[in-house]
Design a binder for this molecule. Structure first.
Ligand SMILES: Nc1nc2c(ncn2[C@@H]2O[C@H](COP(=O)(O)OP(=O)(O)OP(=O)(O)O)[C@@H](O)[C@H]2O)c(=O)[nH]1
Ligand SMILES: [Mg+2]
Length: 572
């Protein structure tokens, strides 16, 4: 409703007549047709639409996997000093007795193998504050150190000055807090007294900050945390010595504690009624980046069976979702392949195992539970001879691979790559970052599709678009779903399947080469029915072994340093 109260009635607007109303409702003059949208605009719009859909899909399932994170870290602030005077019977004016504040807690960063994602790390981390001082000369408690636990394979970088993602440092924050205040207000805000002790404290804090700025310029923090920190007790430690668990790398130290009022006792002031505040902790902004360390990375189109293969190779231990729709896998999943001396692997020890779609398997599991099969299954300490009454559960447990294992490597299942993934179509190709450090890549194609070789060209192109030269890491083409070919075993269908495989092999030999001009191996398998997987594991093992040997060869020879120099050699 318009408010006319403030206007004289002569200036009130007149109500519109019905005629004018009907005029406004008359059909609008026809708008000229917009010019036809250029084809490029159309494709751009299409790409944006797909990107939005991708992001929506990732959000819908919750962002449980995170491989890039910016955290702002602040050391704990020091506790404040206390103003107190000692009181005792028959001593009405005791000496000043305020305790000092405790030091703020330092913040450390430590890699741990128990995490696989950065999603559990808070974006703002603040160290524990030091306790305030109290009366009767009680000093405040020092803040407990805080350890930020990050997954193995995390790279920590300090964000440099001038980068917009960086949060303020101590000086900038202090400047901002006193902006627009006059000198008196500034003094009151900081409660700083022009005293010698106070000045000394201020100088100390200034020096600390200057040293930190210097360090920031000369050696910004860069940590490549791909090794677990050794927490074992040194063998030569004295008996009964206290063993401190490692805390990791120091990233932000806590602020100094404030001084209590006994510090300001002087000849002129016998009853100082002031103490100092604790100093603020260091502030730093860190960029964390997680690079998964999988030895072999899977690259394939959606629905090629990558997740099924991961489950088959790890004996169902790696839980990657399997379903018959595209983009089931949204984030990389890592699994471990354990191999015995005779070439058998953990996933292959139970013959006849079928790795079906996740929902179907869950349903089967539920039915098995309802039939009470788990209740009568053998536990790890029981054998079928001693407990003849119990049934041997062939599907679960019972077989322990630990004794037989002689070699292990990790494999990573990835979301599907499609043509134009580099333009953020599908799930994009940012997840390929996690494979940059893989020792080898495996192409997975669906052999039952009409032209599996076309998939290979797309995959190679997308890898190259992500990082030129990346496709040279590919060592093997796994032709999955071979069980769907060959019909019921009639000669014509088998001959057709063989011809298709030969065509694929020919294509690979002619078109694809990996690093050092090597030909890629082609292996037909059925991930669902665990067929021909021993061969795949054997080949992967050789790639991983070769790459690891190469790494050892290229690594700087640490032993050379230990060789005795001319001064250490025994006299002739
Ligand atoms: N017959 C047969 N079906 C298979 C085989 N491997 C996988 N499948 C089926 O193919 C479908 C897709 O399998 P997934 O393992 O989810 O495929 P993916 O490559 O991980 O797919 P995205 O995660 O979407 O990229 C599922 O229905 C599987 O049951 C196989 O060797 N034989
Ligand atoms: Mg998958």
């Amino acid at each position: 409703m318009p408010r006319f109260g403030l206007l004289p009635p002569s200036r009130w607007p007149t109500l519109r007549s019905t005629e004018s109303v009907s005029r406004t409702l008359a059909p609008a003059p026809s708008i000229p047709e917009p010019p036809p949208v250029a084809e490029e605009d159309e494709s751009l719009r299409d790409r944006l639409r797909r990107r939005r859909r991708t992001e929506w899909k990732r959000k819908q399932r919750g962002q449980t996997f995170l491989d890039n994170l910016i955290v702002s870290v602040r050391g704990g602030s020091g506790g404040d000093g206390c103003v107190a005077f000692h009181r005792e019977k028959f001593k009405p004016f005791g000496p000043p007795s305020g305790g000092n504040g405790g030091r703020g807690g330092d913040v450390y960063i430590m890699p741990t193998p128990h995490l696989t994602t950065l999603s559990s790390i808070a974006k703002k981390i603040r160290g524990n504050p030091g306790g305030n001082g109290q009366g009767t000369w009680q000093n405040g408690k020092n803040g407990e150190p805080l350890v930020i636990r990050v997954p193995l394979g995390t790279i920590v970088r300090e964000i440099p000055r001038g980068d917009s993602r960086r949060s303020k440092d101590e000086w900038e924050a202090e400047e901002e807090s006193i902006e627009g205040l006059n000198a008196e207000e500034r003094l009151a805000k900081n409660a700083r007294q022009p005293l010698d002790a106070e000045r000394a404290l201020y100088r100390q804090e200034r020096e600390r900050r200057l040293a930190r700025r210097q360090r920031e310029l000369e050696a910004p923090i860069y940590l490549d945390l791909d090794k677990e920190m050794d927490s074992s007790r040194p063998v030569d430690a004295p008996l009964g010595a206290r063993h401190r668990e490692p805390l990791g790398h120091l990233v932000a130290s806590g602020g100094a504690g404030g001084l209590g009022n006994p510090h300001f006792l002087s000849q002129l002031n016998r009853a100082p009624k002031f103490a100092t505040r604790g100093g603020p902790g260091e502030r730093i902004t860190l960029a964390l980046e997680l690079k998964i360390l999988a030895d072999v990375g899977f690259v394939g189109m959606p629905n090629a069976g990558k997740s099924t293969l991961l489950r088959a190779l790890t004996g169902g231990r790696a839980k990657s979702e399997v379903a018959s729709y595209a983009f089931t896998t949204l984030n990389p999943v890592v699994g471990i392949v354990r191999v015995a001396a005779d070439g058998t692997f953990e996933g292959g020890v139970r013959p006849g195992q079928v790795h079906d779609e996740t929902l179907i398997e869950q349903q089967q599991e539920r039915e098995r539970m309802q039939r009470g099969e788990y209740a009568t299954a053998l536990t790890r300490n029981q054998t079928s001879e001693r407990h003849a009454g119990l049934r041997v559960d062939t599907d679960r447990g019972g077989y322990h691979f630990d004794m037989a294992e002689t070699f292990r490597f990790t494999i990573a299942d990835n979301p599907g790559l499609i043509s134009d993934s580099s333009e953020n179509v599908g799930l994009g190709h940012s997840f390929l970052r996690s494979m940059e450090r893989s020792l080898a890549l495996a192409y997975i194609v669906d052999l039952s599709s009409p032209a599996p070789w076309d998939e290979l060209l797309v995959l190679r192109e997308e890898l190259e678009k992500y990082q030129p030269g990346m496709s040279r890491k590919a060592r093997i083409v796994i032709a999955n779903k071979a069980d769907l070919l060959g019909g019921d075993g009639d000669d014509a269908a088998v001959a057709e399947a063989k011809a298709k495989l030969q065509q694929l092999e020919k294509f690979v030999a002619e078109q694809l080469v990996s690093g050092e001009g090597r030909r890629l191996d082609v292996v037909p398998v059925s991930a669902k029915f665990s067929q021909n997987l021993t061969r795949v594991v054997g080949l992967m093992r050789t790639y991983v072994q070769e790459a690891r040997d190469l790494l050892v060869e290229q690594a700087p020879k640490e032993l050379d340093v230990l060789q005795p120099g001319p001064l250490l050699t025994a006299p002739q």
